[in-house]
Write a protein that binds this ligand. Structure first.
Ligand code: ADP
Ligand code: MG
Length: 394
């Protein structure tokens, strides 16, 4: 199928369809980076994320897009995150209600890495590749959480990985929030892709006390690490099956009965009702996969700290980075480098975005008609991939 898509004036061309996301498509393209003090003009691969219907107020799409861009801008200059090169829209009179985010192209996701059998068999996979991915993700979360920013959609498809350099980037801030309270305020339970959703959210989706968004993010990292180690995610068909699968796979069938009975001061009965109904489905004594038991104790300590059943026991990203598994020269070097850049502290992180027309005019300028005509190119679109599919090399 031949289709036409908008590209950035002069210096971006769209070539290939990469992935289908929840709110649009991601394309691969080329971008000519202007010469800088450090070097000459350079052509680089870019990903172009097209978010269609971006200003739909009815389904709150504009708030989501606004937050995503706002957070990307706040995190600029920090190497744990993907930095947008351009954000733009079509001319107002065009029938194109899309917003385009151009960013450096990163060839893999953690989802794809986990399924790379050859790589997973290499001697330094766990201690170098997985360790560096998890360290960078935790370093990114440490920065976000320190500024009351919460990702809320940690999943293996949202971690981009450059295997040549062992770089990992947290991406897709579509569900992220800045929270002035930083704690247990009520957040919608409709967050986090199911295989990465923490047990407390599955057991008690309407908990009155809300959840700590930082602890939900950490659970997500635990599930990403599980997937990287075992080659597959823990994936149930619905919330209840997911909870049962987690309890059986990760907690050996054992639920901390007293804790869940009193969870949220017993203010809701959901967790207890779940236990009463599903007691029989909990299989005690399930063994861990060999992919887990064959790793070092230090590695398992990190995994099971992230996947603590009792949310508070997960601690914080900073605490986990202090665990012995990360006590390696190359990891310390990477972390020291990452910590040398920090989000600007003078930004008001507590302020939620107000996605008005003026807001979008400022962050995503519209192309002129001339630019639009000049930069529309034809490209072929390959078959549609689900957003969780590993990136195909193009
Ligand atoms: N910078 C990038 N480089 C390469 N691929 C990317 C990039 N950003 C996103 N992708 C691919 O597109 C998919 C969807 O992008 P994402 O930002 O997660 O959007 P959605 O909100 O639709 O999930 C990702 O899982 C990844 O496979
Ligand atoms: Mg995504």
């Amino acid at each position: 199928m031949i289709r036409t898509d908008l590209i950035h004036p002069k210096n971006t061309t769209v070539s290939t369809f990469v992935a289908m996301g929840g709110y649009g498509k991601v394309f691969k393209g080329k971008y000519t980076q202007p010469a800088t003090e450090d070097g000459p003009e350079e052509e680089i691969d870019v990903a172009i994320k097209r978010i269609h219907d971006y200003d739909n107020e009815k389904n709150d799409r504009c708030k989501r897009v606004g937050r995503e861009i706002d957070i990307l801008k706040k995190l600029k200059g920090n190497n744990e995150f993907i930095e947008p090169l351009h954000i733009y829209r079509a001319p107002a009179d065009k029938n194109d209600q899309s917003l385009y985010i151009v960013m450096p192209f990163v060839p893999q996701t953690a989802h794809g890495v986990a399924r790379n059998i050859e790589l997973r068999q290499s001697a330094d996979y766990v201690e170098v590749v997985v360790k560096l991915i998890i360290a960078q993700v935790l370093s990114g979360l440490q920065k976000m959480h320190a500024h009351q920013l919460y990702h809320r959609d940690m999943s293996s498809s949202n971690i981009l990985v450059d295997l040549d350099n062992n770089f990992a980037y947290i991406s897709d801030f579509g569900l992220s929030r800045a929270s002035p309270l930083g704690g247990n305020e009520m957040l919608t339970p409709m967050v986090v892709t199911l295989p990465f959703r923490a047990l407390e959210l599955l057991l008690d989706p309407s908990a009155k006390g809300g959840y700590s968004p930082a602890l939900l993010d950490l659970w997500g990292v635990g599930m990403i690490m599980w997937e990287l180690l075992t080659g597959s995610s823990v994936q149930g068909a619905d919330e209840i099956k997911q909870a049962i699968l987690i309890i059986n796979t990760i907690f050996g069938g054992k639920l901390e009965f007293d804790f869940w009975k009193n969870y949220n001061n017993g203010s809701t009965k959901n967790a207890t009702a779940f236990l009463e109904k599903n007691q029989a489905k909990l299989a005690s004594g399930t063994a861990f996969p060999e992919h887990i038991t064959s790793t070092s104790q230090a590695c398992q300590d990190v995994l099971f700290k992230l996947l603590s059943q009792i949310p508070d026991k997960r601690g914080s990203a900073a605490e986990i980075l202090d665990m012995p598994w990360f006590d390696d020269e190359y990891v310390k070097e990477a972390l020291t480098f990452l910590r040398s850049n920090q989000p600007a502290s003078d930004i008001d992180y507590a302020q939620d975005v107000d996605p008005t027309a003026a807001f979008f005019d400022e962050i995503a300028p519209r192309l002129t008609e001339e630019e639009f005509q000049m930069t529309t190119i034809k490209h072929t679109s390959s078959k549609t991939l689900p957003s969780s599919a590993p990136l195909t090399q193009v």
